[in-house]
Design a protein around this ligand. Structure first.
Ligand SMILES: Cc1ncc(COP(=O)(O)O)c(C=O)c1O
Length: 417
């Protein structure tokens, strides 16, 4: 039976706040993090050079992922900048990425004076595909940054095959997809380099932080140098040198301590997210008028965001009206994940990069006349206008999933045709 909607003065389905990624209600942070953090403080060695926690986190992360090399850095953005820099491309070269992501995906491209081009997304998943990437390949294209959006793997096999045919490097942006799997492999391990973010909202967190992984020794060496001012510390007999332009992206031991404790819990965190988000997905599939999150063949998502869409043939309501109604029921959803395609943020639209130069687009060696127009991105615009999302977290219980489903069912039933 449909109760009166909360937007019409009825009683909301849920008045208690849901667990959130913004505080401890939705994060598994506790005694182990405190113990390791205190060890660092008591040791007085807070920098990774001289400490042991960051190195141990790198070793543990590499082992968990099943790759030989891992490089800890200060953020996911730093991880992506480090990965792009490790490729050592020429200014004006192009890197294809997605329209639907955090700006951190594109910052490394721009910072290396490379021109981003954008593939459209499959609106069902928000991920770029081999077909949409192929349309963007030009003689200047050198690499692809594939984002695994919302915690679900992009369909990598055809993308890897396309990259091989065109001799393109692949960076996987797994910032949102720790331990997500694609055909039995962890995402981040199938491209040339994989990048993770440990920012507050991610499956595991160090507040801010990130990791780059690779199986290629030369890329690993270059990534390690880049994140430490290209200072070859491992070679004690050499005079101090800085071998090329690098950054200081060194993770601190304080972050490393928290990261070690979090990484030890990550499998359990992801399992918990799968259990509760999987339940909600099943409940949503039973609500007439709602379309549950679409999972591609071979993917096992790590559930950073839970998303769904409306079957407009069954409901007489716009997605925006539906969001307003479910918010009033106490469900923390919003529309579209990001409000615009990535290329409409000022930094890209107005070329606000290096002074008024317009670099990299204006570099003489760059392909001239590159522009971005949302009219060429139907999948992107469909996702932004029609997909309802909420952050998922390990604090969510089965009871929480049932409450969300009850709220969704109440609103969907009210608007049924
Ligand atoms: C897909 C994606 N890429 C990159 C980033 C950047 O990571 P960070 O915020 O740690 O710099 C994020 C995080 O927000 C992200 O979700």
């Amino acid at each position: 039976m449909t109760g009166q909607l909360a937007i019409n003065g009825g009683v909301p389905v849920r008045s208690k706040p849901f667990p959130t990624i913004s505080d401890v209600s939705g994060r598994w942070l506790g005694e182990e993090e405190k113990r390791l953090l205190m060890e660092v403080i008591d040791s007085g060695a807070l920098n990774r050079n001289g400490g042991s926690k960051v190195e141990l986190l790198e070793n543990n992360w590499a082992e968990m992922m099943g790759v030989p090399y891992a490089q800890a850095v200060t953020s996911g953005t730093a991880a992506l900048h480090t990965a792009v820099a490790a490729l050592n491309l020429e200014p004006g070269d192009e890197v294809i990425t997605t329209t639907i992501t955090d700006m951190g995906t594109a910052i490394g491209i721009l910072s290396c004076n490379l021109v981003p081009t954008f593939a459209d997304v499959d609106p069902r998943t928000g991920n770029i595909t081999a077909e949409t990437i192929a349309r963007q390949i030009s003689p200047k294209t050198r690499a692809i940054i594939v984002v695994h959006l919302f915690g679900q793997a992009a369909d990598l096999d055809p993308i890897l095959a396309l990259a091989r045919r065109h001799n393109l490097k692949i960076i996987e942006d797994a910032a949102q997809a720790h331990m997500a799997q694609y055909k039995g492999h962890f995402v981040g391990t199938l491209g040339d380099l994989g990048c993770f973010s440990y920012q507050q909202s991610k499956q595991m967190t160090t507040g801010d932080g990130g990791m780059v992984i690779t199986s290629d020794e030369q890329l690993a060496i270059r990534a390690r140098l880049f994140a430490d001012k290209a200072w070859p510390r491992g070679l004690p007999n050499l005079p101090r040198s800085h071998l090329f332009l690098g950054m200081n992206y060194r993770m601190t031991e304080l972050q490393g301590a928290v990261g070690l404790a979090q990484a030890a819990k990550l499998a359990a965190i992801v399992a918990r997210r799968r259990q509760t988000a999987g339940l909600l997905r099943r409940l949503v599939s039973e609500i007439p008028g709602l379309i549950p999150p679409y999972i591609i063949d071979g993917a096992d998502p790590a559930w950073w965001i839970f998303s769904f869409t409306l079957d407009q043939s069954m409901l007489r309501v716009t997605p925006q009206q539906f969001v307003t109604a479910i918010k009033a029921e106490g469900l923390p959803f919003w529309l579209g994940y990001i409000p615009n395609p990535l290329f409409e943020y000022d930094v890209i639209r107005e070329r606000k990069t290096f002074g008024s130069s317009g670099i990299p687009w204006t570099l003489p060696q760059a392909r001239q006349g590159i522009s971005y127009d949302r009219r060429h991105y139907p999948g992107t615009m469909q996702l932004i206008n029609e997909t309802l999302v909420t952050n998922w977290n390990e604090g969510m219980s089965e009871a929480d999933a049932h409450d969300i489903a009850r709220g969704l069912a109440k609103v969907a039933e009210y608007y049924a045709r």
